[in-house]
Ligand binder design. Structure first.
Ligand SMILES: [Zn+2]
Length: 239
């Protein structure tokens, strides 16, 4: 169980802030520094670590300013270091690191970009997936192939069902609308579409989701081959 604060940024990004076991705070994908600074000023804390999932500016844009202001250490993928702010802690696929007493496993998920990574906290049953997986959706294939993204999703699918998944965008209603159109007989999707519309009408976040829920309702996790994944991704791109 992990306490995670959602800090909205831009139109539909979520920046996440959470406490580590030793008491320090971490931030995930700060695309913008201002809302993070406001959040920490309000709570009277400061962030000490920044986790970056991939190089897109709406995920890294505020990292340098936060490092300057708070002296945070920036963690990111060694293989993609050239496109990230200077890394204080460079990590690789399969690394099991300890950040202020919290175990973090690094899982490489090529597809949305080449070099995208997710951060899995096994003891907290939580994972930060950046733009790899969304509620009833997945990231667009900007750099990787359908085969690569399918393989990445299989890695996430192999994790325990009860983990909480923190996705970096509030795309849920649009994703559920597509999912219902694509798989009209799926009751989980039908219920989700109704439920998520209610939440969003009151401006309540639909993140996090659980792997259990996604396995039942996410067309991209329901795909049982790279070919059927590619067909779903193509249908969503044209929806
Ligand atoms: Zn992205």
């Amino acid at each position: 169980m992990l306490t995670v604060h959602l800090i909205p940024a831009f139109d539909d990004n979520y920046i996440f802030a959470f406490p580590l076991y030793g008491g320090a705070w971490a931030v995930v994908d700060p695309g913008d520094a201002a809302p993070v600074i406001n959040h920490f000023q309000r709570t009277g804390r400061k962030p000490s670590y920044i986790f970056l999932t991939h190089h897109h500016n709406d995920h890294i844009g505020g990292a340098e300013e936060l490092r300057k202001k708070f002296g945070c250490k920036i963690i990111g993928h060694a293989d993609d270091a050239a496109r990230l702010p200077a890394l204080d802690i460079a990590v690789n696929d399969g690394d099991k690191i300890d950040i202020d007493g919290t175990k973090v496993n690094v899982i490489r998920t090529d597809g949305h970009t080449i070099g995208h990574i997710c951060y899995y906290l096994p003891d907290q049953r939580s994972i930060f997936v950046g733009d790899t997986l969304f509620v009833m959706g997945c990231g667009r294939l900007f750099e990787g192939s359908a085969e690569q993204m399918y393989a990445s999703l299989q890695k996430l699918k192999a994790l325990p069902d009860d983990i909480s998944i923190y996705c970096a965008h509030e795309y849920t209603v649009a994703n559920a609308t597509f999912a219902h159109d694509y798989l009209p007989d799926n009751e989980e999707i039908k219920n989700g579409l109704y439920f998520f519309n209610q939440l969003r009408a009151d401006n309540i976040p639909t993140v996090p989701t659980s792997l259990r829920a996604e396995k039942l309702s996410n067309p991209f996790l329901l795909a049982d081959s790279a070919e059927s994944f590619a067909a779903a991704r193509k249908a969503k791109d044209q929806f």
